[in-house]
Design a protein around this ligand. Structure first.
Ligand code: UDP
Length: 242
């Protein structure tokens, strides 16, 4: 039986398996959303049935955080590895350059996606950037964004609007863009462009990226209370909803 946390399925995929799915979906066509699920997503989905339903419809919910890995293990469903949105963008850019996939970078503050794309192109010669656009998750802008992506003939869209906006956007509009795969990736462009600082790898390995983020972005403290709250609910067996 597949693992569900707060009614959200979590798929036991590692990076290689994620690439295999993407490869297949780009060959087949259609619209497939990938959600990079962390504890903030799960605590949001617990309260918000619209967000929960969007995540349930996603083709793949990958485990983005150590909190999700811990809960899976605690519940007897150990997962292969953390597949973080912040890692997916640089890693998939490398695969995209090799396979000729066209990527579109949507979201973040104006200019950030362009800067991230320029850096990714230098690191991965031959990378085909179909387009970059900050835009906004507001429904008023959706038609224009969809038209831009459609005209770009992108295969993969990375969407940086934060959760739940990026995932709701993909749930609603990905199928109109012509792209086979859409991935919500949070602050990944900010990290690549150097707008914000990712935790050093040794801190990530210790499972303390959340602590680094709390120290470097202290205004997020209220949102990060999701982690201890989530742990308490899992320990109490109150994660089984929807
Ligand atoms: N963002 C945006 N438009 C919005 C809200 C957010 O472009 O209306 C961008 C923001 O600039 C950042 C990313 O979305 O690049 C969200 O980053 P965050 O680190 O907050 O991601 P989360 O942890 O929420 O997934």
């Amino acid at each position: 039986m597949a693992l569900k946390l707060m009614g959200v399925p979590i798929h036991d995929v590692d990076f290689a398996a994620t690439v295999t799915w993407i490869d297949r979906w780009i060959a087949e066509g259609g619209a497939h959303t990938i959600a990079t699920v962390n504890t903030e997503f799960l605590m949001g989905a617990r309260k918000d049935s619209t967000f929960r339903a969007a995540l349930q419809r996603a083709a793949l919910c990958v485990p983005d955080s150590v909190g999700v890995l811990w809960a899976a293990k605690y519940k007897g469903h150990p997962l292969r590895e953390r597949v973080a949105g912040s890692d997916l963008v640089p890693q998939l850019a490398q695969v995209a350059a090799q396979r000729g996939w066209r990527i579109f970078l949507l979201g973040a503050a104006p200019g950030v996606a362009e800067k991230a794309a320029a850096i990714l192109t230098v690191r991965n010669p031959g990378l085909q950037v179909a387009g970059c656009y900050a835009g906004s998750p507001s429904p008023d802008e959706a038609a224009e964004i969809v038209a831009r992506i459609r005209a770009s003939a992108a295969d993969i869209i990375f969407v940086a609007y934060g959760a739940p906006k990026q995932d709701l956007w993909l749930d609603k509009y990905l199928s109109q863009t012509g792209a086979a795969v859409g991935i919500g990736i949070g602050g990944a462009f900010d990290f690549i462009a150097g707008v914000s600082q990712r935790a050093p790898v040794w801190i990530q390995r210790l499972g303390l990226e959340w602590l680094h983020r709390l120290i470097t972005q202290p205004w997020r403290w209220r949102r990060q209370l999701a982690l201890p709250h989530f742990v308490a609910l899992v320990l109490l067996g109150r994660d089984d909803i929807g």
